[in-house]
Design a protein around this ligand. Structure first.
Ligand SMILES: [Zn+2]
Length: 259
């Protein structure tokens, strides 16, 4: 089946004065991550960058008036494909090597048959249907799905851990270490506004606790941590944003299942 060529690869939605959501509409929801641009006084953040199939830096050019640091909530390929385009990246210290993709250990693929069968099985066991082809269009003529691979970051990487603060000048995000989905999963928490960027630690869809690097005990502890966060809004790694009630409902549901 021939896929159509997309006339643009990213969609976007303005959330407020400072926050814009970008996403890849032709990507299957399973690997379509939320890309959050946050404008700051001194610099901007790009929280996750999608698959790297097309240039995010180009598509978001008009948003990027300031230097921008690309944060990796974790280094699964659907979140870090575009990080190599940015001059500085931020990642938890446990996933720095993975962001550089030096050991090529990061599973990646746009078709079912290019994804590690073990990983494919775990994804399906979590309640997703893994389609044979995970995109409904290609970004340009001649783009070959089988050639897709994750580009490692060569530029500057700043590593963070729990309690560090990313200070944009006018807003401060505390790093929460939220392991379980992956060892170096982080959240960015702004207490003043009650805003949490949660990555894949929690989102409003089937949570995945069985991929390589995942740890169920850590995930349980993370869900307990999340239960106590007085978030007004959670901007997650996938699916629509939600408030504290839903945050607690999701956490409670998985704690009942897992703990
Ligand atoms: Zn993930």
């Amino acid at each position: 089946m021939a896929l159509k060529i997309a006339d643009h690869w990213f969609e976007r939605k303005t959330i407020d004065d400072a926050i814009t959501l970008l996403w890849e509409p032709y990507v299957d929801p399973l690997i379509r991550c939320n890309i959050w641009h946050v404008r700051g006084r001194d610099f901007d953040l790009m929280i996750d960058t999608g698959l790297g199939i097309a240039s995010l830096a180009e598509a978001a050019q008009d948003l990027l008036e300031k230097p921008v640091k690309a944060v990796a909530t974790h280094t699964h390929y659907d979140h870090v494909g575009g990080h190599h385009e940015f001059q500085e990246c931020i990642v938890h210290k446990l996933e720095e090597a993975s962001l550089r993709n030096e050991d090529k250990s990061n599973f990646a693929g746009l078709t079912k048959d290019t994804i590690d069968p073990y990983v494919a099985e775990k994804i399906e066991a979590s309640g997703y249907k893994l389609k044979d082809v995970l995109v409904t269009a290609i970004p340009k003529k001649g783009f070959n799905l089988a050639d897709y691979e994750l580009k490692g970051v060569q530029n500057k990487i700043t590593t963070v851990e729990a309690g560090d603060v990313i200070d944009l000048g006018d807003r401060q995000f505390e790093i929460l270490h939220l392991p379980g989905h992956s060892p170096g999963s982080i959240g960015l928490w702004e207490a003043k506004s009650g805003t949490l960027f949660s990555g894949d630690a929690i989102y409003d869809g089937p949570l995945i606790e069985t991929l390589p690097g995942a740890d169920l005990d850590q995930y349980i502890a993370t869900l307990r941590t999340l239960m106590d966060i007085p978030a007004t809004v959670v901007h997650a790694g996938h699916d629509p944003s939600f408030g504290r009630d839903t945050l607690q409902q999701i956490a409670r549901k998985y704690l009942t299942m897992w703990a």
